[in-house]
Each structure stands twice: as C-alpha cells, then as structure tokens.
Design a binder for this molecule. Structure first.
Ligand code: ZN
Ligand code: ZN
Ligand code: ZN
Length: 129
C-alpha cells in the first residue's frame, strides 16, 4: 500500500487481475496539470457537438469527451498523441483510465467499488465506455 492519495491499479470486473500500469508516476504529476477549462471538450466545442462526460489527459491537460460521447475525443487524443492516461473530470467520479495498459486506476485508500461510476465496470465493460 502506498501513501494516501497515491494512485494504484484497481481490480475491474471482467478484466484479469495482476495487470500493471507503468504510468502511475505520470498520474501523480498529472494532478498538477493545469486546471481544465470548464468550457468542455476541446474536440466538440468547435464543432458544436454534445458530449456526455469529460476526461483530461494527464500528460498535456487536453480535455476530451468519453467513449459514450459521439466524438470520443479523449480516446482520439490518446491515439494521436500516444499519451496514455486520462482522468475523469466528472464531479462524481474519481478515477483514471490507462489507454495503454487498459487498466482502471483509483487512489489508494478509496473503495474502488464505491468510486466506480454507476453501471461502469460492473458488467464486464471497461469503465471507459
Ligand atoms: Zn499505464
Ligand atoms: Zn468531444
Ligand atoms: Zn495529452
């Protein structure tokens, strides 16, 4: 167990245990990423598209929409940039997703099940969807 506030890989329903993420240190620093603009998804805004939830890249601070949104700009940003990890910006969510390792990340000391967004990661679907 690490220090409180440290991020760790969380077991996720439907996914094999023991998967590692090599980007946790990135996430620690990521919380110091410039505060996201509250405006919304960088990809959707110029196009006038709606989005559902926002994710922020911890490498560069890019804000994009989730995979349930039409634009899927957070994922698109990962593909384009190779930046591996994004955190959820939803006020009721406190987790991150590593695109590279496909693991669900939570802060140590939190009950992952409690923090998991409703209906996400509980039925075998990745929390990203
Ligand atoms: Zn990773
Ligand atoms: Zn978008
Ligand atoms: Zn990025």
């Amino acid at each position: 167990m690490g220090a409180p506030g440290q991020w760790q890989v969380a077991p996720d329903a439907g996914r094999p245990y023991g998967r590692a993420c090599a980007h946790l240190d990135l996430l620690e620093e990521g919380r110091a990423v410039p505060a996201p603009p509250s405006a919304g998804c960088s990809g959707c805004l110029p196009r006038g598209l709606p989005w559902i939830r926002l994710r922020q890249c911890v490498t560069c601070g890019y804000v994009g929409c989730c995979d349930s949104s039409r634009g899927r700009h957070s994922y698109a940003h990962h593909v384009e940039s190779g930046h591996p990890v994004a955190v959820s910006l939803a006020p009721d969510e406190d987790w991150a997703w590593c695109f590279h390792d496909e693991v669900f990340l939570v802060r140590a000391g939190r009950n992952a099940a409690d923090r998991r967004p409703a209906g996400h990661g509980t039925d075998g679907r990745p929390p990203w969807e």
